[in-house]
Design a protein around this ligand. Structure first.
Ligand code: S3P
Length: 196
């Protein structure tokens, strides 16, 4: 694998991780925040804290539209805070208003992975209401078909493959965002590069 620079730039805009369930947004996001020396927030955890209920309970008691509404409001609030790493739930970036808010205030990174890998990671973990279905792998595949063209609107895409470490993914995201910063057209830079 390619050697990556150890010189870490300073974050000026939030980095928002998007992608399907099982992509590794939370685990890689924590590692990335550590690497950059900034805070990490998971939007699902924040919604649970604000609602005082687990995500599955919010879906069951209030329904998905209420969850999406809470998700949009929580993400809008988090985007206005000090720049850090924000891992979003898989459906967040699919909501047009949330996507717009992210595009305006942050740099978005899609962690892309193939269905087999995603399924391997989520199959034994309960708690995701959308996968409480008779054919959860089929549901995940349908979501992939529907959502991948939308995740592709993210500023930067990084592929997760079987066997890559979270540390490698975090460094790969820094590399990819730096490259995107260097070629950006009229958008503020994500990183403030330190003088060499
Ligand atoms: C969802 C993904 C979940 C959570 C909720 C809905 C989705 O987050 O927000 O269950 O619509 O894909 P993760 O992607 O972190 O599992």
């Amino acid at each position: 694998m390619q050697e990556l620079s150890t010189d870490i730039p300073r974050l000026r805009r939030p980095l928002v991780l998007v992608g399907l369930m099982g992509a590794g947004k939370t685990s890689v996001g924590k590692r990335l925040a550590h690497l950059l020396g900034v805070g990490f927030i998971d939007s699902d955890a924040e919604i649970e804290r604000a609602a005082g209920m687990a995500i599955s309970e919010i879906f069951a008691r209030l329904g998905e539209p209420a969850f999406r509404d809470g998700e949009r409001r929580v993400i809008a609030r988090l985007l206005a805070e000090r720049p850090g790493v924000l891992a979003t739930g898989g459906g967040a970036f699919i909501e047009p208003r949330t996507r717009e808010a992210i595009a305006g205030l942050a740099t978005s990174v899609w962690i892309r992975a193939e269905l087999d890998l995603l399924w391997d990671r989520v199959r034994d973990r309960p708690g995701r209401p959308l996968l409480q279905a008779p054919n959860p792998r089929g549901v995940l595949g349908d979501l992939l078909d529907k959502r991948y063209p939308i995740y592709a609107e993210a500023d930067v895409t990084v592929d997760s493959r079987p066997g890559v470490t979270q540390e490698w993914m975090a460094r790969e995201i820094v590399r990819a965002v730096r490259a995107w910063d260097a070629g950006r057209a009229g958008r503020p830079a994500t990183f403030e590069e330190r003088a060499q």
